[in-house]
Design a protein around this ligand. Structure first.
Ligand code: NAD
Ligand code: UDP
Length: 330
């Protein structure tokens, strides 16, 4: 991000996670005071290593689906970012009841806090709200094809209900909201045991194992590098027009999972060895964002190619250091 100095205080719920920790650092770099709230279910203190030494950073261990601690409720905030929710399918399916309540109750509590303190509120919704899409690429006007009783529903329907809550608060004039629908994002700090495809494949190739491909590997995703995504989140939060969203944020470069495996093999120089496993239930076949709205409304589009982003991520998995310029240059 270009460092534009900014005063004020931000709350980042889910700030110890993959995206949240990069967001905390970007906001601190801009001069904001940042308070992170996280229950550390899929986030890690190690992600906050850089932020912890910053005088304007603090964190609180708390679950957003339970009443928020007084230390949070009694503070004034200018910006509230809600990223609290596990994003990896195996992790969010471990305790589906908690996942659904995290999205619904967590969003409700944070909206109420935003209303009380006059903060702007940004919800990180997801491309998963489109389910198994019958429209391709997906535009924001598409209403989706989610199985409401399947194993992914705790996440998909939780986010759909969270969007509903956000738009109800906006319509009632109670909170200024911003809603983004994030498409698959990857980069340094993806937890190695997270279970998502990029972290799985890189970890497997570096460990000398076979790459696990679920189904035939012809299903597609469109992968966005983390620095681009963080730039998009902040741009949307600060957007001053009448548009609360939803706005798709993602990289429209669509690849099959087999192609992703090939790219990782080429970049690491390790010959490809595949292990085909059953395809998870309700796993979408195709996914690619139409980002026309992000381009025209926000002037935002991704700048990091898949090969550049994968190279940076591979290097982070090898060294554990994300002192890579791609990480912070949106
Ligand atoms: P992540 O799992 O790394 O981070 C989520 C963070 O939220 C973790 O630190 C976790 O401990 C915390 N959290 C979970 N439940 C909580 C609760 N009840 N109370 C407090 N904290 C809680 O995932 P991520 O990839 O960083 O995703 C961040 C947000 O972006 C999520 O809301 C996710 O739905 C959304 N999103 C991410 C992607 C992606 O590809 N990364 C795609 C679509 C949407
Ligand atoms: N996937 C895979 N091997 C893995 C992990 C995932 O083939 O080790 C597939 C998964 O079935 C899905 C795609 O990769 O089709 C993306 O999965 P991920 O869990 O990263 O994200 P999501 O399904 O939420 O888009």
């Amino acid at each position: 991000m270009t460092a534009i100095l900014r005063k004020g205080r931000a709350l980042v719920a889910g700030g110890a996670g993959f995206l949240g920790s990069h967001l905390c650092e970007a906001l601190l770099e801009q001069g904001m005071e940042v308070i992170c709230v996280d229950n550390f279910m899929s986030g890690h203190l190690a992600n906050l290593e850089g932020a912890l030494t910053h005088p304007k950073f603090s964190y609180l261990e708390a679950d957003v689906s339970a009443p928020l601690p007084a230390e949070v409720m009694e503070r004034h905030f200018d910006e509230i970012y809600n990223l609290a929710c596990p994003a990896s399918p195996p992790i969010y399916q471990r305790d589906p009841e908690h996942t659904l309540l995290t999205s619904v109750l967590g969003t409700h509590q944070l909206l109420q806090l935003a209303e009380r303190t006059g903060a702007r509120f940004l919800l990180t919704s997801t491309s998963e709200i489109y389910g198994e899409p019958l429209e391709h690429p997906q535009r924001e006007t598409y209403r989706g094809n989610v199985n409401p009783i399947g194993p992914r529903a705790c996440y998909d329907e939780g986010k759909r209900a969270a969007e509903t809550l956000a738009f109800d608060f906006e319509r009632m004039g109670r909170v200024q909201v911003r809603v983004v629908r994030i498409f698959n994002t990857y980069g340094p700090r993806l937890a190695p045991d997270d279970g998502r495809v990029v972290s799985n494949l890189i970890k497997q190739i570096q460990g000398g194992g076979s790459l696990t491909i679920y189904g035939d590997g012809l299903q597609t995703r469109s992968f966005c590098f983390v620095a681009d995504m963080i730039a998009g989140l902040i741009t949307m939060m600060r957007y001053e027009g009448e548009q609360p969203g939803p706005i798709n944020l993602g990289n429209p470069e669509e690849v099959s999972i087999l192609e992703l495996a090939q790219r990782i093999s080429q970049l690491t120089g390790v010959p490809i060895d595949l292990e085909f496993l059953p395809r998870p239930c309700d796993d979408p076949h195709r996914r690619r964002p139409d980002i026309t709205k992000a381009k025209t409304v926000l002037g935002w589009q991704p700048t990091v190619s898949l090969d550049q982003g994968l190279a940076s991520t591979i290097s982070w998995f090898k060294t554990g250091s994300d002192a890579d310029p791609l990480v912070t240059s949106g």
